[in-house]
Design a protein around this ligand. Structure first.
Ligand code: F6P
Length: 549
């Protein structure tokens, strides 16, 4: 590929044009709708089951055209095509980035170093399906012959957040006779709480770790093995029936004592935060069954194909990515809220935090130069309506611009009683009311007209003009979840491409890991740690005093 990222991003004419456009002074959303009511129909893109409305964004047709010119100038689609072709676009780790191959149909051909990886993907999916069915049917039994009733996934980061989020999201499709839990924190309380009421004879541990060297996961897995062996009087044979591994590292899996036959493989071209549709999704597959899991993969694939083939003006991930750039780089927005109006999406934003912030939390470009522009935003949010009674005040009337995505569904899922199902309209009334209030606010005149005393008018005025995207679907099905996740994956990709950063490495988490290993002996044994700074030395001393008091 040509070096399209020269000159520096902010010196490009397309960037300057956007800055000039921004300086022309924004129109309020009230004015934008008054002068162009058709934007409500025009600023909508439909992808699969997703209805994405971006009419309440602080944009005009000109803004969109300028953003698309920036995407063209930075060759977003060139990098996209390189990703789909299996080129090594993760430059600092010299790896292909092929999570899209994880959901490719069986007859697709996607090559890495001349080898078609699709047959391997489907071989692992088939092995997972077979195993999941055996656990679900009771054919796979524990050491004493009892059927498995509890599944505990031990992993962290991408080896936890994805399956934990998706299990919550698709809980209404899960086998309710199975207890499925996720342990990630090296705080012993996590494993303790997850196992304290479980019977070891009925418990399967899934140790999920791409590298199988992550200290939190290996520590928790070792403790889980001790918990199990204690129940079986140290009989090591029990491990084979109660532990499976999901990893790229068969050597380390064997070293840990898990039979490689009980390992489900994935590959170095799957990034941790892009991995829950790989073997990392085994706990989810056991919970919802292989058919539902494959429906989810089809949902991912549908959006992959959309991203790969849709023209720029109708390309949803491109659009969402560019809108983020409009706010982050031209309005000084520092954060982005994702607000799902679904209880089942309670972990959705936490999952997106890793996807987005680990991918685009970078400050050097792909050539190693310090960037002179803002990169990834702080991503945050919790399900509505709870957030409305907590932090929405700041979004409505605070001093910060917080672009937000509202995600909602037309119908509830699950076996709700008629009375509970009827609550759905109230949930969604809040959903629509919030984006309306954020966009259009309430003017001082309107407040006065209500007879509010003059000294309170300013307090009760809502400026509005807060940008939101509304994403609607009929129901939260496995396919819709796959579509949503792929939409965000590719949005993050688009932004990384424009910002000219490597969205697929994560060197920023390494230093803390190395330092934790160095500090640990000071905490456990009071050992002298050479090179520790004075502040940390004093804190370690205070910790030891408190610990031993
Ligand atoms: O936090 C860094 C990280 O490397 C993530 O990218 C990854 O998802 C997580 O640790 C877990 O890694 P592993 O799956 O190798 O245990």
């Amino acid at each position: 590929m040509a070096d399209v990222h020269y000159p520096n991003l902010i010196h490009r004419p397309e960037w300057t044009a956007l800055a000039d456009h921004r300086a022309e002074g924004p129109l309020h959303l009230r004015e934008l709708f008054a002068s162009d009511p058709g934007r409500a129909e025009r600023y909508v893109v439909r992808v699969g089951d997703l209805h994405i409305d971006y009419s309440k964004q602080l944009i005009t047709d000109e803004t969109l055209a300028l953003l698309q010119e920036l995407a063209t100038a930075t060759d977003v689609f060139g990098l996209r095509d390189a990703m789909f072709r299996g080129e090594r676009i993760n430059i600092t780790e010299d790896r292909a980035v092929l999570h899209t191959a994880l959901r490719a149909p069986r007859d697709a051909v996607i090559e890495v170093d001349g080898e078609n990886v699709v047959p391997q993907v489907h071989a692992v999916l088939d092995k997972m399906s077979d195993f999941a069915q055996r656990v679900r049917s009771g054919a796979w039994t524990g050491h004493t012959g009892r059927r498995i009733r509890n599944v505990v996934n031990i992993g962290i980061g991408g080896s936890d957040l994805g399956p934990a989020m998706a299990y919550e999201a698709l809980r209404s499709f899960a086998d309710r006779d199975l207890t499925v839990r996720f342990v990630s924190n090296v705080d012993g309380a996590d494993l303790h709480e997850a196992t304290r009421d479980l019977d070891p004879a009925e418990t399967l541990f899934i140790v999920a770790s791409k590298t199988f060297t992550t200290i939190e996961t290996i520590t928790n897995a070792t403790s889980a093995r001790s918990w199990l062996l204690e129940a079986f009087e140290g009989d090591e044979k029990a491990v084979a029936k109660h532990f499976v591994a999901l990893s790229t590292n068969s050597g380390k899996v064997t070293e840990f004592g898990i039979d490689p036959d009980n390992m489900f493989e994935f590959w170095d071209w799957v990034g941790g935060r892009y991995s829950y549709d790989s073997a990392i999704g085994l706990s989810l597959m056991i919970a919802i069954g292989p058919d539902r899991f494959r429906e989810m993969l089809d949902g991912f694939h549908l959006v992959d194909e959309h991203f790969r083939t849709a023209p720029a003006e109708a390309n949803a991930p491109l659009l969402l990515g560019l809108l983020g750039i409009w706010y982050g780089n031209f309005h000084d927005a520092q954060s982005h809220a994702v607000l799902p109006y679904s209880h089942y999406l309670s972990k959705f934003t936490a999952y997106l935090q890793q996807l987005d912030m680990e991918s685009n939390g970078k400050s050097v470009d792909r050539h190693g130069r310090r960037v002179e522009w803002q990169t990834g935003p702080v991503v945050w949010g919790t399900p509505g309506t709870n957030g409305q009674h907590a932090y929405y005040q700041l979004i409505h009337q605070g001093t910060k611009l917080i672009p937000a995505d509202f995600i909602g569904f037309a119908r509830p899922v699950g076996e709700l009683s008629p009375e509970l199902a009827a609550q759905h309209d109230l949930l969604m009334a809040n959903f629509f009311a919030q984006t309306q209030a954020l966009a259009f606010g309430k003017s001082a005149e309107e407040v006065r007209a209500e007879g509010v005393p003059e000294e309170q008018v300013a307090h009760r005025t809502f400026h509005g003009d807060h940008p939101t995207t509304t994403i609607l679907a009929a129901e939260l099905t496995p396919s819709v979840l796959g579509q949503l996740i792929a939409l965000y994956e590719h949005k993050v990709f688009v932004q990384g491409a424009v910002w000219d950063i490597d969205s697929f490495d994560q060197w920023g988490v390494e230093l803390g890991k190395v330092l934790a290993k160095r500090v640990e002996p000071a905490l456990t044994k009071g050992a002298d740690v050479p090179g520790l700074d004075p502040s940390t030395t004093a804190l370690v001393a205070a910790y030891r005093t408190l610990k031993n008091a």
